[in-house]
Design a protein around this ligand. Structure first.
Ligand SMILES: Cc1cc2nc3c(=O)[nH]c(=O)nc-3n(C[C@H](O)[C@H](O)[C@H](O)COP(=O)(O)O)c2cc1C
Length: 214
């Protein structure tokens, strides 16, 4: 209905132009947690103005074996946030992840804290995202080097950042403090650790207790 009135006022030529601009604006954006929602927005050109992107929430995560990904998905569903997976340019094989082998890839990365494994694809466009959840598996009590690289290089100052992790048994430990030191001009909220088995209710309860703006 709104779209029809808008068409009457401005004419169908202007509508086509506005839609073309809105599509360019979406290119390279992180994946929406709700494709239907994105399509609904696309039919309302006035909501595609850049300022309408302000205050959005993004869930960025790295997950080698899927546990953190499952938590990230629940957070995105609970908050209506967009989701962005940090995919290593060179995926981790089971042999890479063997922490008992001092020569494995993860052991070598752990022994070289300055090493930053490359992340595949273009960096996510973070403009408009005021609040960003950052998820990772605990590796030797910390976030993996790959996540460190994302936090250091993504221009996160001024944003509200909320770390979360999964682990076999370790707590959140100092993993959040280490990350906070890498983006000191951001506003870091207290993070939360979850177990390897997904507990959707616990995740949703935690998110709801954060009282984020809708
Ligand atoms: C290299 C490596 C180191 C790990 N270090 C720890 C640890 O210090 N404490 C712990 O409780 N779990 C540790 N784990 C287990 C993972 O944190 C746990 O399985 C996590 O849920 C994996 O998340 P993902 O499936 O998203 O990769 C480690 C796993 C790997 C591969």
């Amino acid at each position: 209905m709104e779209t029809i009135q808008w068409q009457k006022c401005l004419g169908s030529g202007l509508l086509a132009l506005a839609l073309a601009f809105s599509q360019v604006g979406c290119a390279g954006q992180p994946e929406s947690s709700s494709r239907q929602e994105s399509q609904a927005l696309a039919s309302q050109p006035e909501q595609q103005e850049p300022e309408s992107q302000e205050g959005k929430t993004l869930v960025v995560y790295f997950s080698a074996t899927g546990n953190t990904a499952a938590v990230a998905e629940v957070i995105a569903e609970s908050t209506g946030a967009d989701l962005y997976e940090l995919v290593p340019e060179e995926p981790y094989t089971p042999a890479d992840l063997d922490w008992n082998n001092p020569d494995s890839r993860v052991s070598r990365e752990h022994a070289s804290p300055d090493l930053r494994p490359a992340i595949a694809g273009e960096a996510p466009d973070l403009s408009g995202y005021d609040t960003i959840f950052i998820g990772y598996p605990i590796w030797w009590g910390q976030a993996p080097n790959l996540v460190w690289g994302f936090v250091e290089n993504s221009g996160l100052s001024g944003r509200t950042l909320i770390p979360f992790c999964t682990s076999a048994s370790s707590g959140f430990g100092t993993s959040g403090e280490t990350l906070a030191a890498m983006a000191p001009d951001a506003v870091w909220l207290e993070g939360r650790r979850f177990g390897e088995q997904l507990d959707s209710d616990a995740v949703a309860q935690w998110v709801s207790g954060l009282n984020l703006a809708p």
